[in-house]
Design a binder for this molecule. Structure first.
Ligand SMILES: *Cc1c(COP(=O)(O)O)cnc(C)c1O
Length: 375
């Protein structure tokens, strides 16, 4: 790929693609947004990097903004979602060491995705990752999503936290039930465990609210953000409540933590998300997109249309491979994603318009027709 603008990418041959993958739920403002360009060019002429030993102005402004718009009080900045989750796991283990007699086990969900560092591959609940890169980092126990009994059965004196995505993204867009999340919050309160929400994919407007936890009426103790927070600039964050201000100097850090250029980028992106009220726009466009998918569903036997805001998925009729559909769409100039062999996921930039949704639906209809003719 060579160039991007709004909802479109152009490759080195000049071919245009309508982008419903959005850089993997990253380009929240679309491609090459002016605010990001301006923030990067302004900050890069001022200060790109000072050293992790110093605070800087955009870092302070950005952490103030993130704590203002969320239920959290403290922020730690990293570059990738995996690192933000590593930070959350380290903080939960520190909490366990200090407050729970050394408990360190973290309960995570089957089908979850938390990243590709060794510890996050261990936290992730992908069945076919079980045998990879052994031995895994110990201290994670997996339970099926939305099974309250299995959750309570898994809690023991060595447990320090429960970690989950409120909508599983990579796993194929599966939501945690409201009653399940209430039960988790209750279990955490009862046993003094921490609730960690991995909002790397769902955060910053993606599911139609600023953070997915807001729609459930519960508050996590720790939240991680990534992907859309930098609009394409590699940036992530861990947010925590004041009581969890437990790290000593040196416990957690990184060469690029709070790096001024990234801070200016993230600040500009999140301010734009707020100014343009993109969470509400995502909710509205998500409803429209869901409706358009439903109208295609009968004709092409699509089923299980699901998700919230602009994190949507559907299943294909049996016998139709999602990889095949993705490849044909790409040839035709449309980018979509196949998280599972028979499902398709859509996660366009939050700025997508109804006209661009109509264009995508037309291209999808065309590709599905072509594949069913050849089936
Ligand atoms: C993408 C993702 C991660 C990992 O982020 P990286 O930036 O690839 O390290 C973690 N959790 C969730 C929910 C994700 O979607």
């Amino acid at each position: 790929m060579e160039r991007g603008e709004g909802m479109y990418l152009w490759d080195t041959e000049g071919k245009r693609y309508l982008d419903f993958v959005g850089g993997w739920a990253v380009n929240s403002l679309g491609h090459s947004p002016a605010v990001l360009h301006e923030a990067l060019s302004r900050q890069s002429s001022l200060l790109v990097h000072a050293s992790p030993s110093f605070y800087n102005k955009p870092m302070l402004e950005f952490s103030r903004l993130l704590t203002d718009i969320s239920c959290f009080d403290k922020v730690f900045f990293t570059s990738t979602g995996s690192e933000a989750n590593e930070s959350a796991v380290k903080l939960a283990r520190k909490y366990g060491a200090l407050k729970l007699d050394g408990a360190y086990e973290i309960i995570t969900m089957t089908g979850s995705f938390h990243g590709r560092t060794l510890a996050m591959m261990s936290a992730t609940g992908k069945p076919h990752w079980k045998q990879l890169f052994e031995p895994k980092v110990p201290g994670f126990r997996h339970v099926p999503l939305n099974d309250i009994d299995a959750l309570f059965a898994a809690i023991h004196s060595g447990t320090c936290a429960i970690m989950l995505e409120l909508v599983q993204g990579e796993g194929g867009v599966h939501e945690a039930n409201e009653s399940y999340l209430y039960a988790i919050r209750k279990a955490c309160d009862m046993y003094g465990l921490l609730l960690i929400a991995d909002e790397v994919q769902t955060g910053l407007g993606r599911t139609g609210s600023m953070f997915a936890y807001e729609r459930y009426g519960i508050e996590p103790d720790i939240m991680t953000l990534g992907k859309g927070i930098g609009g394409g600039f590699p940036l992530s964050a861990m947010l925590a409540k004041q009581e969890l201000d437990l790290f000593d100097a040196g416990d957690q850090g990184g060469t690029y933590t709070g790096q001024p250029l990234g801070m200016a980028a993230g600040l500009a992106v999140v301010q734009e998300i707020i100014t343009r009220n993109l969470p509400e726009h995502a909710a509205k466009q998500g409803e429209y997109l869901t409706g358009q998918l439903r109208s295609l569903a009968v004709k092409h036997q699509l089923h299980h249309i699901r998700g919230k805001g602009l994190l949507l998925a559907f299943d294909l009729p049996s016998g139709l491979s999602s990889d095949k559909l993705v490849a044909l769409c790409r040839d035709n100039g449309l980018l979509i994603n196949a998280p599972q062999p028979s499902s398709i996921r859509l996660m366009p930039p939050l700025v997508v318009t109804a006209a661009e949704i109509d264009e995508m639906i037309g291209m999808l209809d065309h590709a599905l027709t072509a594949l069913s003719v050849h089936a």
